[in-house]
Design a protein around this ligand. Structure first.
Ligand code: NAD
Ligand code: IPM
Ligand code: MN
Length: 359
């Protein structure tokens, strides 16, 4: 079987981490007898520099014609001055998510056994943690109309937060389906005490819950949720939330696992899936081969699972990550005394070798 994967390395550490993710996918292909063809496309600042636009038409058609998309990260200070439609984030990443209609963004935060001490939280708070943030990805404040106008004494900005019943329903149903295959607990996060959009969110989630009587549902206000995530994160199984809250809470959840460099994501709709680490282009460490490639590698595992249905291969990648961490190899972001520090490329090689050897 041959799978066509569009690879969009992007900016900063994006190319460094996607190189390791494709290396591990290729190793999984050799081990399990699948053939992956990787085709690179330009996105973000790299695409702007080469073509004058952060999301060239060629890239979009490559993604649409592929079986799945692997993305690194986009953005950086070099492109922050550009008009908004040419910026890597608003001009490329968000339009790509919208074009692929990947409305459900799965961000699993798991604490690997070897990393319980790597978190900034006490080991007993995070050991064994396994939560799944399901973030709505194609609506909300990110995509509403916005404008800025001059008024006497300054300016006035308007940002609009739009959700329809159907947009909430489809992501909620995904989250319920996923909760059903896990510990059957879903916490819907909102700000229903203030926002009308959150009141509709809560109503729709409550209505959907009727179809999933086996899943226990609770609703939590986002400010409390942020606090509960660091107080007692193991109370959560699936966290369902709108776009902006999910962005913020998932970075916070990532740190529970030891590093932002550990958290993968799968963005799913009804067609091609998009897979990317949740972190950004990390300009502060880019180009030095010190970034943690595990988030990107685990995003590859999610691609195997959700786009290709290759559960055995996906599990083999996750087991290889577990094994390499158990053996004491660490990139600097998760380094602890007595462990062996390795580069981005070495970490990728160790995981790829494991996948190919052990399957
Ligand atoms: P960031 O996620 O790039 O970095 C935050 C911190 O985490 C930095 O100190 C960085 O060094 C560290 N970090 C991130 N990934 C790491 C990894 N794999 N290994 C080790 N350390 C890692 O967030 P930022 O600094 O706020 O944003 C930088 C740029 O990235 C901005 O232009 C932003 O818009 C963009 N961004 C893009 C995406 C994306 O493409 N999906 C996501 C987030 C931010
Ligand atoms: C993420 C990023 C993006 C987001 C930015 C770069 C637009 O932070 O993927 O989490 O907010 O969705
Ligand atoms: Mn983010």
């Amino acid at each position: 079987m041959r799978y066509k994967v569009a690879v969009l390395p992007g900016d900063g550490i994006g190319p460094e981490v996607t190189a390791q993710a494709t290396r591990v996918l290729a190793a999984a292909g050799r081990r399990f007898g699948y053939d992956f063809s990787f085709q690179e496309g330009l996105i973000g600042g790299a695409a702007y520099d080469a073509t004058g636009h952060p999301l060239p038409e060629d890239t979009l058609s490559l993604c649409r014609e592929s079986d799945a998309v692997l993305l690194g990260a986009v953005g950086g200070p070099r492109w922050d001055h550009l008009p908004v439609h040419l910026r890597p984030e608003a001009g490329a990443l968000l339009p790509l998510r919208k074009a692929l209609n990947v409305y459900a963004n799965l961000r699993p935060a798991r604490v690997f056994p070897a990393l319980a001490g790597a978190s900034t939280l006490k080991p007993e708070i995070v050991r064994g943690l396994d939560i799944l943030v399901v973030r709505e990805l194609t609506g909300g404040l990110y995509f509403g109309d916005k404008r800025r106008e001059d008024i006497p004494g300054g300016q006035r900005v308007v940002e609009t937060l739009v959700y329809t019943t159907e947009e909430i329903r489809r992501v909620a149903r995904r989250a319920f389906e996923l909760a059903r295959k896990r510990r059957k607990k879903l916490t819907s996060v909102d700000k229903a005490n203030v926002l009308e959009s959150s009141r509709l969110w809560r109503e729709v989630v409550t209505f959907c819950a009727g179809d999933y009587p086996d899943v226990m549902v609770n609703h939590m206000l986002v400010d409390n949720c942020a606090m509960q995530l660091v107080r007692n994160p193991k109370q959560f199984d699936v966290l369902l939330t709108e776009n902006l809250f999910g962005d913020i809470l998932s970075d916070q959840a990532a740190q529970l696992t030891g590093s932002l460099g550990m958290l993968p994501s799968a963005s799913l709709g009804d067609g091609v899936g998009l897979y990317e680490p949740i972190h950004g282009s990390a300009p502060d460490i880019a180009g030095r081969q010190i970034a943690n490639p595990i988030a990107a590698i685990l995003s590859g595992a999610l691609m195997l699972r959700y786009s290709f249905g290759l559960e055995e291969a996906a599990a083999a990648v996750e087991e290889a990550v577990t094994a390499v961490l158990d053996e004491g190899y660490r990139t600097p972001d998760i380094m602890e005394p007595g462990k062996t520090e390795v580069s981005t490329g070495e970490m990728g090689r160790l995981i790829a070798e494991r996948v190919e050897r052990n399957g």
